[in-house]
Design a protein around this ligand. Structure first.
Ligand code: C5P
Length: 303
């Protein structure tokens, strides 16, 4: 039997959504900046790996009873094994963000990345994606100088995001195991998976140059933002759901587009603005019926 969902105030949910969104938007901008503006290129796989380490340390800090970890992680091997799948998918997704943002403009990436929303919907239930697809293709109307590999990287990140998000929410909400235990289980796998990425992709070069080659305070900020963003994402999914998480995407697009204008002197074309507006409207339209259904079922429960 599942325990009754923990009640938190609307204000707390709003706070988590806002922090998650602002952190996500800042992360994309700073990541892009470190990949394009600094002269020495750090190994991006090490940043993804360090993010998992930071998140594990913070998650451990959230628990006051360390004995519990032994019981929940070590003794319940089957439960821990479940988290291996989203952790692998997130490891891939997080590495792809670096590949994509090394070459795609931050705003274009952010908007295209929102394809994760219909993707999430696809994994959850059917939804018409035409409006969003229309918007995204308008945004990308002017042929970009992106090679197929960077578009592919974004596509992989999009597919991973939808799948892993729904998978994690299902695992989290189908048992009474706490969020922090679930996170610890996933980040342990995450450390293993992303370390695999470090060795396979950059192992030889790291032996020559060192693990922290090219690290600047800004790169550390990228790791910190990725960690904070991930932890807030997990809290948001716990107290709301993947749909509410998608809502904040509209705000993220606007934020990162505005920031891009200042930082990279990006000039917005009318087509870009129309495309972005379409994307935002579709996010809104998508979330609305879901929210109403949810309210209805809440009312039913009250009766
Ligand atoms: O863009 P999206 O919302 O799918 O990104 C989710 C991010 O949050 C990923 O970087 C993933 O590693 C992180 N995450 C996390 N802990 C969770 C769920 C997601 O760190 N429980």
């Amino acid at each position: 039997p599942l325990p009754a969902p923990e009640k938190v105030s609307m204000l707390f949910k709003l706070y988590c959504l806002v922090v998650m969104t602002v952190v996500a938007a800042t992360y994309i901008i700073v990541l892009r900046y470190t990949r394009t503006m600094s002269s020495e290129k750090y190994f991006s796989t090490t940043a993804v790996f360090l993010t998992e380490v930071v998140k594990l340390i913070i998650s451990l800090g959230m628990l006051s009873w360390y004995v519990f970890i032994l019981e929940e992680v070590v003794y319940k091997k089957k439960e821990t094994l479940k988290l291996c799948i989203p952790s692998l998918v997130y490891a891939l997704q997080n590495n792809m963000a670096f590949v994509a943002l090394s070459n795609l403009d931050a705003a274009v990436y952010q908007v295209t990345y929102q394809l994760k929303i219909p993707c999430t919907a696809f994994y959850m239930q059917w939804f018409s994606i035409f409006l969003l697809c229309g918007g995204v293709s308008l945004v990308q109307w002017k042929p970009m100088e992106a090679t197929a590999v960077h578009v592919m990287a974004t596509a992989v990140a999009v597919l991973c995001s939808g799948f892993a998000g729904v998978y994690f929410e299902k695992v989290l909400k189908s048992s009474s195991t706490s969020l922090w235990i679930r996170n610890i289980q996933m980040y342990l796998w995450g450390i293993l998976m992303t370390f695999g990425g470090v060795v396979v992709n950059d192992g030889a070069a790291i032996l020559q140059e060192g693990f922290f080659f090219g690290y600047t305070p800004l790169v550390c900020l990228v790791v910190l933002l990725a960690s904070m963003g991930g932890l807030y994402t997990s809290v948001v999914v716990k107290y709301t759901d993947n749909i509410m998480k998608s809502f904040s995407a509209a705000a993220a697009i606007v934020l990162s587009t505005l920031a891009s204008m200042y930082l990279f002197e990006l000039h917005l074309s009318y087509i870009f603005i129309i495309g972005t507006t379409l994307v935002c409207i579709s996010i809104y339209l998508y979330g609305l019926p879901q929210l109403e259904n949810k309210n209805d079922s809440d009312k039913q429960e009250l009766k």
